[in-house]
Design a binder for this molecule. Structure first.
Ligand code: SF4
Ligand code: SF4
Length: 458
């Protein structure tokens, strides 16, 4: 049997300094993407080999996504049944199944820094994606799907939106889309709205509410609409404005925002992430200087500003300012509640709510704030489902991953169905639609902000 120096259980027992897992708080090193070695393919493969071998010996993450089962199957089906039996070229098969949800780092891995093994699996996958991207090994389809603001802008042109939406429901058009762009013919694709959120809120004046700051919040909010919230589900932003203003928090729109950069990050296109950062960060920092907090209705976009950009640009003071000034909507509402500033005069109970906790909200380390807020509504029980829905931004629509995405969502959809809920919801609107697609019983996921608005009767 091949000896694997990176993972030696006897060393754990016999060496006083080596431990099975770290007892210290997990930390994360900045992404060293400015270091030329980051893009060195040989160095990358050495690190992939080191970390994959540790994972092979550990296997805790066998059920988080399809990246780990792919790795473990490659090893188990190899001649030696060790990592040395796996062809290096097959490492890419693992990389392509990772959608950077961060769950392995945040919830499972005992070997993250400060542990001496220094395992940061998502950052290693990101590095591999960045190398592939720089070497031109990214499909045209993926570049198109990750250009969310460009595609959204075109598909949401008022005359185009109904045509795009109608075509997306026609079988022959979907077959063509699958053959040309690799979007699976059965995948649920989002609808586009000609009347975008920006148009709906453009020129709107927030009611004359005087901001009431608390220790943790400034009491007035600038809404980062997000691409999905702007083009695909504008009601999300409208519900947010309605709920916040009902609670005495005036909301204005960050009207010149572009994509947060998360879809490009998932593609490993770090230069595109930097371009998005250069556009958004000064504008958001200015809102903060003018006394606003920032809120966005999509967890992935909040995470981008709270975690990914600070790790890519650790010395940028404006990035740090935005990190401290951006909030998940329910994190914000709970902070207001703690200060006695959230209305609890609800008019409608919600009954049983099956609530899918989105991975990109879980890894923000804010706790189950959506559940906490919804349970303030009388006669409301929230059943939290902490499991990946398998959607990611685009994973579930890609022809080669659709079947896996449907397999990943099945246990979540089953938990929803078993709960026989009055409503089901997810912090991530896309995950909610994916669960809906899996259930395929005509029911509809309702975003948590819509449920809260309903409970207030506004
Ligand atoms: S970051 Fe998420 S998708 Fe990637 S390997 Fe970890 S758990 Fe799987
Ligand atoms: S990422 Fe960490 S917890 Fe997950 S399999 Fe690898 S070593 Fe184990």
């Amino acid at each position: 049997m091949t000896r694997r120096p990176a993972f030696d259980p006897m060393a754990d027992i016999n060496t006083p300094t080596a431990r099975e897992g770290s007892l210290d708080a997990p930390g994360r090193h900045p992404l060293e993407w400015r270091n030329p070695e980051f893009f060195d393919e040989q160095a990358l493969f050495a690190e992939l080999q080191r970390v994959f071998d540790i994972c092979h010996g550990c296997r805790r993450c066998f059920n988080l996504c399809n990246a780990f089962p792919t790795l473990f199957d490659l090893i188990d089906e190899s001649k030696s049944m060790e990592l040395d039996g796996v062809a290096k070229g097959d490492y890419w098969k693992v990389v392509e199944h990772c959608y950077l949800c961060d769950m392995c780092f945040m919830t499972k891995c005992p070997y993250v820094p400060p542990h001496e093994w220094n395992v940061d699996f998502p950052h290693l996958m990101l590095r591999a994606k960045a190398v592939a991207n720089r070497n031109g090994k990214v499909r045209a389809r993926d570049r198109v799907l990750s250009a969310t603001d460009t595609v959204g802008g075109l598909a949401s042109i008022p005359v185009a939106a109904p045509i795009v939406n109608a075509a997306n429901k026609l079988r022959p058009a979907r077959v063509v889309l699958e053959k040309t762009l690799g979007v699976h013919r059965d995948a649920r694709v989002p609808e586009y709205h000609g009347n975008t959120l920006r148009k709906r809120l453009d020129g709107r004046r927030s009611p004359l509410i005087e901001a009431a700051p608390t220790d943790a919040t400034k009491g007035k909010v600038a809404l980062f609409a997000t691409c999905y919230g702007n083009f695909n589900e504008p009601a999300l932003g409208e519900d947010l404005v309605s709920v916040f203003e009902h609670n005495g928090v005036p909301v204005v729109l960050c009207d010149h925002a572009s994509c947060c950069g998360m879809p490009k990050l998932e593609l490993g296109d770090l230069e595109a992430v930097e371009r998005a950062k250069k556009h958004n960060i000064p504008m958001l920092a200015e809102f903060i200087d003018r006394g606003f907090d920032i809120v966005a209705p999509i967890p992935s976009c909040v995470l981008m500003f709270k975690q990914e950009l600070p790790l890519m640009f650790p010395d940028d003071a404006q990035v740090a300012k935005v990190r401290s000034g951006i909030f998940d909507p329910f994190e914000y509402l709970m902070l207001r509640h703690r200060a006695g500033k959230l209305r609890t005069d609800f008019s409608t109970s919600l009954g049983t709510v099956a609530y899918h906790v989105a991975c990109h909200q879980r890894v923000q380390n804010i706790g189950l704030k959506t559940k906490d807020v919804l349970e303030l509504v009388p006669d409301t029980q929230v059943i939290a489902i902490e499991r990946c829905s398998g959607h990611d931004g685009t994973y579930a629509v890609k022809a080669e991953f659709y079947a896996t995405a449907m397999k990943l969502v099945r246990p979540v959809a089953k938990r929803v169905a078993d709960a026989k809920p009055d409503h089901y919801t997810s912090d991530c609107a896309m995950a909610g639609r994916h669960i809906e697609h899996s259930l395929a019983d005509g029911s509809k996921a309702e975003p948590p902000l819509s449920l809260l608005r309903k409970a207030y009767g506004i």
